[in-house]
Design a protein around this ligand. Structure first.
Ligand SMILES: [Zn+2]
Length: 246
C-alpha cells in the first residue's frame, strides 16, 4: 500500500481527467492521496474533491505567498473556516525566501502550527530558501507531527530535523535529482514518506505528474537503501500510518 502525502488535485491540469488519475493511482496500490489547499479558494476545492473521492483527504492551509498577501482579518477568517472542516492535515504552510514579507509569513506560519496542534493533526511544511528559519519556528512552537515536503536544504539541518522527530516526503524527481538521493541516504527509512506535488515535479521533464508515480518513488528509495521495493513500501506506509492515523 502507498500514500501520496502531498499533491494539488485542484489544479486546472486535472480538471478533465481526475477520474482516470484516481483510477491509475488505485491500480498502482495508492490508498491515500492528500491534496493540499493553498488559500481560501483552493482550500474549498480540496474539500470538494475529497468529498467526491474517498481515497482523497483534504489538507487545508495558507501557503507562504498568500500568507504575505492576505490581511490579518482574512487570515483569521480562514483559520475559523479550517477549524470547522476537521481537515486531515494542515498544508501547505511554511516559509519561502522567494516571496516577500518574511515577518508576515512567520506570523501566519505560527498561527498554522498552533491550529494543527489544537486539531491534533500533522503539518505538511514548505521550506524554500528559508529551511533554517522553518526549523527554528517549528522548534520554538514545539510542533510534533511534521512532514517536511520537498526539502532542499543542508543535510546537516535535515538530520537535526530528523532528531526532532520530523518526517521527509520524497518527490518523484528523486530518480534523477542528486540532492534528493543524498537526502534519502542521510535519513532513516523510519522517517521517509512519498509525495508527488502533482501536477508538478514529474520524474519526466515537461510531463504532468500524478499520484500513481509514488510507486516508482518508493522503488527508487528502496534501491538507494538497498532493500526490496515491497519492504520499502511497507516501511513507508507504516510511517504514514504512524504520523497520520494516530
Ligand atoms: Zn505543493
Amino acid at each position: 500500500m502507498l500514500a501520496d502525502v502531498h499533491c494539488h488535485l485542484d489544479f486546472p491540469d486535472f480538471e478533465k481527467d481526475l477520474d482516470s488519475v484516481i483510477e491509475r493511482a488505485k491500480k498502482a496500490g495508492v490508498v491515500a492521496i492528500i491534496t493540499a489547499g493553498l488559500n481560501p479558494e483552493t482550500n474549498r476545492k480540496a474539500l470538494e474533491i475529497a468529498g467526491r473521492f474517498p481515497i482523497v483527504k483534504a489538507a487545508l492551509g495558507i501557503y507562504p505567498q498568500y500568507a504575505a498577501e492576505m490581511s490579518e482579518e482574512a487570515v483569521e477568517k480562514e483559520i475559523a473556516f479550517i477549524k470547522k472542516q476537521k481537515p486531515f492535515a494542515i498544508s501547505e504552510i511554511g516559509l519561502d525566501g522567494t516571496y516577500p514579507d518574511m515577518e508576515k509569513q512567520k506570523e501566519v506560519f505560527r498561527q498554522m502550527i498552533a491550529l494543527a496542534k489544537e486539531l491534533k493533526i500533522p503539518l505538511v511544511v514548505h521550506s524554500r530558501k528559508a529551511e533554517k528559519e522553518v526549523f527554528e519556528v517549528l522548534v520554538s512552537m514545539n510542533a510534533g507531527k511534521v512532514v517536511v515536503h520537498c526539502f532542499n536544504g543542508k543535510l546537516s539541518l535535515a538530520k537535526e530535523m530528523q532528531a526532532a522527530g520530523f518526517f521527509f516526503s520524497i518527490p518523484a524527481i528523486v530518480s534523477h535529482a542528486t540532492q534528493f538521493k543524498e537526502l534519502v541516504k542521510a535519513i532513516n527509512s523510519t522517517h521517509l514518506l512519498t509525495e508527488t506535488d502533482a501536477p508538478f515535479l514529474s520524474a519526466v521533464k515537461g510531463e504532468k505528474n500524478e499520484p500513481a508515480s509514488v510507486k516508482q518513488t518508493a522503488a527508487e528509495i528502496a534501491s538507494i537503501k538497498g532493500v526490496s521495493a515491497e519492504e520499502m513500501e511497507k516501511m513507508i506506509f507504516s510511517n504514514y500510518q504512524k504520523l497520520f492515523m494516530k
